[in-house]
Design a protein around this ligand. Sequence first.
Ligand code: TYD
Length: 205
Amino acid sequence: MFITFEGIDGSGKTIQSELLANYFKQIRGENNMVLTREPGGTDFAEEARGILLKDSIDPVSELLLLISMRYEHVKKVILPALKKGKIVICDRFIDSTIAYQGYGLGVDLELIRDLHKLAKIKYPDTTFILDIDVQIGLSRANDKNKYEEMNINFYNKVRKGFQEIAIKEPNRCSIITEIEAKDNNQVHVEIVNKVIATKQALLGK
Ligand code: TYD
């Protein structure tokens, strides 16, 4: 089963990815669980991450770089783990590209989808979108990358992007709302309940 976490900076995806990974480690064993992240996940992509988060380049160049980073990540880490029957949890994936490069920076959404299709990049089985107030999210984000220096208007567009993805793909995506009003443990319990409800974990997908 391939699970991703999405949301604006400061929404708590990283801590929720870790909490869910620990939950699966306890019930399925340490070796049956892979926790990874984007941008990154391979030596090449982790190195490219430094450039991506610092240098100002054209949004389409950004998209093409992200696609090559993702292709490496899927081919070398995600697919091999899934083939061995492991659960893979990834902190950000394709929906971040749709929300940030597409909704936020204005890259054509069809182009983003077509390039993923062309590269045969697998979609997650389940995606959790953590929805938080933009001002509160940004005040919680600790490391400042180039996106976090963008204005509120950009982040409102990114947030709207994630919300629209959740509406368009309800079978794959579960939105966890009002993150700002919940503590980490409450959000984790909500996520575990949704995982159990989908029964995908039990089917060992
Ligand atoms: P992340 O490591 O999640 O940062 P943080 O932990 O500070 O939330 O992601 C770094 C940045 O990369 C984040 O601001 C969003 C951006 N990003 C994109 O713009 N497009 C993408 O496809 C991905 C995966 C990330």
